[in-house]
Design a protein around this ligand. Structure first.
Ligand code: ATP
Ligand code: MG
Length: 418
């Protein structure tokens, strides 16, 4: 570089960049500064209040229970079973019959009482891993919205955040920087010499603001798992001991957790890593969000090839899935080539492509910036039509997911499906 230009640049650049190298201490300090900033940003976004689940009126409750509003009102007056709320709040203070309100847990109690039973008794819940090694394709929003929609169908759901970015934990209103590593999935990956190592996950499960969804949260610390899993494998191989790094989550879920929940939804980071292999090995089904854009479509081909090469190359053994589905996500029909790419996706994925497309919508984008999904909003700042279109799309996607799961995981015959 011309030395005059270099001199000019040196005047403009911060002294630290010109005169010293970036040490690990600098990076640590940067990380700490950003953690504090994130916490401040969250405080600003939530105005200091914790996340709150939405409430429901009688019309919305009727929809959730698959009844007309009139049928629902009759049921409410009759009181289907003792203990179910009639939604009339504050009668003594003049609360009106017409303004019935139900909390999320009251609404879910009604759904459970009026819907057909879901998971057949005695069968384990279904584990769905949401994956794609491409970033920003809507994995986290899809995983969270799916969990919420399933809980609104009366199911009990466990979400597992496997991403060191902790975006799903943030959607639950947690600050990933403040979560102790012993309360994440990390203990499953750790070396036996570590204090936090264990092969169970029960201790990391916490309740959330959303009735019917529990969470195993994540923090950046879980990234350490990427070092420990291969190390443990190597040591076990050298000692001739039996250890399968890819089976650690599967075994932890088998230890009672699958029976405890109807659905287990795992959000993964954009990678095909050692840790991600554990989520794939624990899954009954895989869901791959896939925006119909050239580069995303091409990289999805690599995802499947790499997955099969990895499992063969590492000799991980046999693994199959009850179902695998790609869901067109962030679909924008105004964009050039969207229709064409959707056709290609249809051609290559065939039956594995969901019927439902998730639109690229301001209802998610905007709420996403505020750490919310379409199910979190009671009153949307934009047009009501935008929100209801987006919600309909997620509802339909989850109907498909539930249909495939009832049929192929729980083997419920089509005639008994709702
Ligand atoms: N249907 C949608 N319409 C508009 N924006 C969306 C939609 N789904 C997700 N987004 C936005 O796209 C961005 C990426 O979404 P998300 O975090 O779910 O992707 P991801 O695949 O989990 O990303 P990462 O690979 O970083 O984990 C977010 O800003 C989110 O708000
Ligand atoms: Mg994500």
């Amino acid at each position: 570089m011309d030395s005059a230009i270099e001199d000019g640049l040196a005047d403009k650049l911060p002294v630290s960049l010109v005169s010293s190298r970036v040490t690990m201490e600098d990076i640590t300090a940067l990380g700490e500064r950003l953690e504090i900033q994130t916490a401040r940003l969250k405080e600003y976004l939530f105005s200091g209040t914790a996340k709150k689940a939405p409430e429901f009126n009688a019309t919305k409750l009727a929809e959730l229970c698959g009844r007309s509003r009139d049928q629902m009102l009759r049921l409410l007056d009759r009181g289907l079973e003792p203990g179910l709320s009639d939604g009339i709040k504050g009668k003594a203070d003049g609360g009106s019959e017409r303004n019935r309100r139900f909390t999320l847990s009251e609404a879910r109690a009604w759904v459970k009482a009026t819907r057909k039973p879901g998971r057949p008794p005695g069968l384990p819940g279904a584990t769905i891993t949401v994956a794609n090694f491409k970033g920003g394709v809507s994995k986290t929003v899809t995983a969270m919205s799916t969990a919420q929609a399933l809980s609104l169908k009366g199911y009990d759901v466990l979400c597992i955040d496997y991403d060191p970015q902790g975006s799903m934990s943030a959607l639950f209103g947690l600050t990933p920087g403040f979560i102790p590593e012993s309360e994440t999935v990390l203990p499953l990956m750790m070396h036996a010499t570590s204090e936090i190592a264990r092969d169970t996950l029960q201790e990391s499960i916490q309740a959330t603001y959303w009735d019917g969804i529990d969470l195993v949260p994540a923090s950046h610390a879980i990234a350490q798992g990427e070092f420990y899993l291969p190390l443990r494998q190597l040591e076990a191989n050298n000692r001739g001991e039996e250890f399968k790094f890819w089976d650690v989550l599967n075994k932890a879920l088998d230890a009672g957790i699958r029976e405890q929940y109807d659905y287990i939804i795992i959000d993964t980071p954009p990678a095909l890593s050692y840790m991600n292999m554990t989520t794939i090995w624990a899954a009954d089904a895989l869901l791959l969000p896939l925006p119909p854009e050239g580069i995303d479509f091409v990289s999805s081909a690599q995802f499947w090839t790499m997955l099969s090469e990895l499992s063969t190359g590492l000799a991980l053994g046999q693994k199959d899935f009850a179902w695998v589905a790609a869901v067109p996500s962030k679909v924008n029909h105004q964009r050039m080539y969207t229709k064409e790419i959707l056709k290609w996706m249809q051609g290559s994925y065939g039956d594995m492509l969901t019927q439902t497309e998730i639109p690229d919508t301001a209802a998610v984008g905007m709420e996403g910036a505020k750490y919310s999904t379409v199910y979190d909003v009671e009153r949307y700042a934009g047009s009501a039509k935008t929100l209801s279109r987006a919600r309909d799309a997620y509802d339909k996607l989850v109907d498909e997911i539930d249909f495939m799961t009832r049929r192929k995981v729980w083997q419920i015959p089509a005639t008994e499906q709702e």
